[in-house]
Design a protein around this ligand. Structure first.
Ligand code: GLP
Length: 264
């Protein structure tokens, strides 16, 4: 795992956008795996800026989102589909038919078939080249709550009360926060060729340390990233605050930069 520590959220977002843009330029028909939540917002804003000011084109890019609340229609303002349309897809030149977000209105008796077809669609697109991830306060990636199998696939999941509380900030007071979601599995995520994991803020420091430096366990599904061969972890200094090997990560990033520097 490559751990990159940046001063603040703005720098995290710029670094992440640089990596996504690099892939889109080198492989214009790439497949991106995308996440929702507050964390990737800065990355999406920066991609929108790169599209607007520097002509970065997503015309041939395909995307797959990690998850969606079960029961919410795509046009519902609290749905993840709506979040993606508002914050990214509607502001770049991606073709709407090339974007996929699990459909939260899939009928209950069609769920298994639907989830299998979501995975088939990912495979048919050539697989995910780069998967963007954030982390929930209980250590989840996508909506893989503690106890999810590390080889789980796309399925319906029951949300943890902690996650429901965390996400209630996106709903009006008194509104019922969905208790279920459709989510790619940990196994699905681990099949991506490359992973870009982002975290920011002091509130994430403890769980980030458990995920990166603790044991690999289904109790913290983000810890499964330790098993993936190509992961970039980009943290601000607050989210990195509880890492035991902090000095080493800073040292190795510095060493890498020197190696990449042209020799005179
Ligand atoms: C939700 C999403 C996750 C996301 C998490 C953290 O639970 N399903 O994909 O990583 O929220 O969100 P935030 O970035 O707002 O802390």
């Amino acid at each position: 795992m490559r751990v990159i520590i940046k001063e603040d959220y703005r720098e995290v977002s710029r670094e992440a956008a640089g990596m996504v843009a690099g892939l889109v330029k080198s492989k214009p028909c790439c497949t991106l795996g995308l996440a929702t939540g507050s964390t990737p917002l800065g990355l999406y804003n920066e991609l929108v800026r790169l599209h607007r000011d520097e002509g970065l084109s997503f015309a041939r890019v395909k995307t797959f989102n990690l998850d969606e609340y079960y029961g919410l229609a795509p046009e519902d303002s609290r749905s993840y589909r709506h979040f993606m349309d508002e914050n990214l897809f509607g502001k770049i030149d991606i073709r709407p038919e090339n974007t996929s977000v699990p459909d939260g209105r899939t009928e209950i008796d069609k769920l298994e078939e639907y989830c299998t077809s979501y995975e088939e669609k990912i495979r048919a697109s050539g697989g995910i080249d780069l998967q963007v991830l954030g982390i929930g306060s209980d250590g989840h990636i996508a909506f893989n709550e503690p106890g999810s199998s590390l080889s789980s696939r796309t399925r319906i999941v029951s949300l943890d009360p902690q996650t429901i509380r965390d996400n209630s900030r996106f709903f009006n007071k008194g509104e019922r926060v969905p208790e279920f979601a459709l989510s790619m599995g940990v196994g699905t995520i681990l099949e991506s060729r490359e992973i870009l994991f982002l975290a920011s803020g002091e509130g994430k420091a403890e769980i980030v340390a458990r995920a990166l430096e603790g044991p690999v366990t289904s109790m913290v599904t983000a810890s499964a990233l330790q098993l993936h061969p190509k992961v970039s972890i980009i943290l601000d200094s607050q989210a990195a605050g509880k890492l035991r090997r902090l000095q080493y990560y800073r040292f190795s990033e510095e060493a890498e930069r020197k190696i990449r520097m042209p020799l005179f």
